[in-house]
Design a protein. Structure first.
Length: 472
């Protein structure tokens, strides 16, 4: 019966009833993949001068994408294409993400990774694509192929103009942090990102976050950046809760950032940002709604020592909701306070990043827009011998006090640790991962079906094939 119910909930991937929902994103994925791979290669063919690896530098809020957290002196290999394959065994003590009727199971995972790194005088490119397949021992509803891809591209058009592009995409059946963990990032989070800690009750998730940047370098100390962004989130049937739909969202944003270096190590920034997001589905705050947010941030970033960088930011957000809010009518426009900060430390054997943020964001499918307060900690440590440990911790609280008539709150806590070691053969890495997720809903209108506790353990190894060089 369990298998039948799960297959019914997730069967829209192949059934006609959902044909309008999922095939279009799949076609869009493959088209985007082709463009992402071919465009950087074409650009790279036009330039040939090498440059060194980028040095750590504090960035103001909204001025650039986050960069991987690295040890002092560590540099990502440049000018090469890498391909690796991996296999892992997985144990999940709550496959369906529901505390009522918990089901545990074991699974086998197969994955492949494609990486492209390119640095020249004009071009900086980082692209990673991860398809993986999970095969459960008992539950077959999640035995499908999953995709995850991210791109960061910066191209110097002239001595004063720099064009940037970033895109993050994933299409996932189920939830597998032990299998899909990306490099730990450093610096202030993106103001246009989606909610990443609160987890909805869903069988299938599609998310895409894209941003285009054009920077005008006025002088050695001052630059102006224009940004345009797009994000999309879609959720499949709600597992064993098909009568409680989630909110799908499509958002657009545009902004301008002025950055000025006060000293060599300290810079000030002003960010003006417009966000417009339309939500459809759900059952808590009406089934159709649109939120517009106007934000103004003042930020300060400084490299206070060779190994420590700090960023602080804050400002008002003007929030307006269009569309009915439950039975209480529309929400009057009003101001909300927003702000946060981050601190990054990178030394020879330890690297860590702590970031905090309070702002109005999307509700991760459970609500439309919410006041989101979150904190994240990422740390890397070189252990004994060739062993390395990674730690990730995140806590978030989102509430709907924006709407006042339907006040509810969800608190989430996630944590994970990965220990890895290169094997004897060159390119092989053995890894053990453990991830834990806890979530609870409170308030006058709680979503109790969103409450769950879940743990995953994965053991596996990856084998990296010899990289193919781009040349210098």
């Amino acid at each position: 019966m369990l298998k039948k119910n799960l297959d019914s909930a997730s069967g829209c991937e192949d059934g006609k009833g959902c044909s309008r929902f999922w095939p279009a994103p799949r076609r869009s994925l493959w088209c985007s993949m082709a463009i992402i791979v071919l465009l950087p290669v074409a650009l790279a063919a036009q330039v040939a001068a090498p440059i060194g690896g980028p040095s750590p530098q504090a960035t103001v809020y909204g001025s650039s994408y986050q960069v991987p957290l690295e040890f002092e002196g560590e540099r990502t290999p440049a000018n090469q294409v890498s391909l690796s394959a991996g296999v892992a065994t997985l144990y999940d003590d709550n496959v369906l993400g529901a505390n009522s009727g918990r089901v545990s199971d074991e699974a086998l995972s197969f994955d492949a990774r494609l990486g492209i790194e390119r640095r020249t005088k004009h071009l900086t490119l980082s692209f990673n694509y991860l398809p993986f397949f999970v095969l459960y021992r008992q539950i077959t509803g999640y035995d499908r192929t999953n995709h995850s891809a991210n791109l960061s591209l910066s191209y110097r058009l002239s001595s004063r103009l720099i064009l940037g592009l970033q895109d993050n995409f994933y299409y996932q059946n189920g939830l597998y942090p032990t299998l899909t963990e990306q490099p730990i990032l450093s610096g202030p989070p993106s103001p246009m990102g989606l909610n990443g800690i609160i987890i909805p009750y869903t069988v299938r998730t599609l998310a895409n976050m894209s941003g285009l940047y054009l920077t005008f370098v006025k002088s050695r100390r001052t630059s102006l950046t224009l940004t345009g962004g797009y994000n999309q989130s879609k959720y499949g049937a709600g597992g064993q809760r098909p009568n409680l739909p989630l909110y799908n969202g499509i958002g657009f944003s545009g902004g301008v950032t002025l950055q000025h270096y006060v000293t060599v190590h300290t810079n000030l920034g002003i960010l003006l940002l417009h966000q417009d997001t339309a939500y459809q589905g759900g059952f808590i705050v009406g089934n159709r709604q649109r939120t517009q947010i106007e934000s103004a941030y003042l930020s300060l970033a400084s490299a206070i020592s060779p190994s420590v960088t700090v960023s602080l930011f804050g400002g008002p957000q003007y929030v307006r909701s269009i569309g009915p809010v439950s039975m209480a009518g529309s929400l009057a426009a009003h101001f909300e306070g927003s702000g946060g900060g981050s601190i990054t430390k990178q030394v020879r054997k330890t690297a860590l990043d702590l970031a905090m943020l309070r702002s109005v964001t999307d509700g991760g499918g459970l609500y439309t827009s919410v006041i989101n307060t979150r904190a994240t900690l990422g740390a890397r440590r070189r252990l004994v011998g060739r062993w390395e440990g990674d730690l990730r911790v995140g806590a978030a609280r989102e509430n709907t006090s924006l709407f006042r008539f339907v006040n509810g709150e969800i608190q989430g806590l996630i944590g994970g640790v990965t220990i890895s070691r290169p094997l004897l053969s060159q390119g092989s890495v053995f890894h053990i991962s453990y991830d834990s997720m806890h979530q609870v809903s409170t308030g006058p209108l709680p979503i109790k079906v969103a409450d769950f506790d879940r743990n995953q353990i994965a053991v596996g190894f990856d084998y990296q094939l010899k990289g193919f060089g781009f040349g210098r």
